[in-house]
Ligand binder design. Structure first.
Ligand SMILES: [Zn+2]
Length: 110
């Protein structure tokens, strides 16, 4: 599975997600792939109680949420810390799962 990466345009310096071949702002084609490690605000969260994917079924209920990153893009994340509430500052990182896949995970800012 492809890792989830944030892109930064070398022309206008803006960030975008998901990945594209061109910058959504200036159409520049020089984009740098960056691992996620960015602060943002949790906009909303919800708990999944059903899933058709085995890797999620084993860990239900599974909390997901939407984070507005300080650098621009809004991303869908997984949340293991059930104490995180909407409006709280969080940090989004790539988290390696036991099956080798990567997910975007939000955690409290230190
Ligand atoms: Zn650009």
């Amino acid at each position: 599975m492809m890792p989830s990466l944030l892109q930064q345009c070398t022309e206008c310096q803006r960030y975008q997600y998901p990945q594209r071949h061109l910058c959504g702002h200036c159409l520049g084609d020089q984009l740098t792939d960056l691992a996620f490690c960015h602060p943002g605000i949790l906009v909303a969260a919800s708990d999944l109680h059903h899933s058709l994917e085995a890797r999620f079924t084993q860990q239900l209920p599974w909390r997901i949420g939407t984070v507005k990153l300080d650098c621009g893009p809004t991303v869908l994340v997984h949340i293991k810390d059930l104490g995180i509430r909407s409006g709280m500052p969080v940090s989004v990182k790539n988290a390696l799962q036991s099956d080798g896949s990567e997910l975007l995970q939000a955690s409290r800012q230190p």
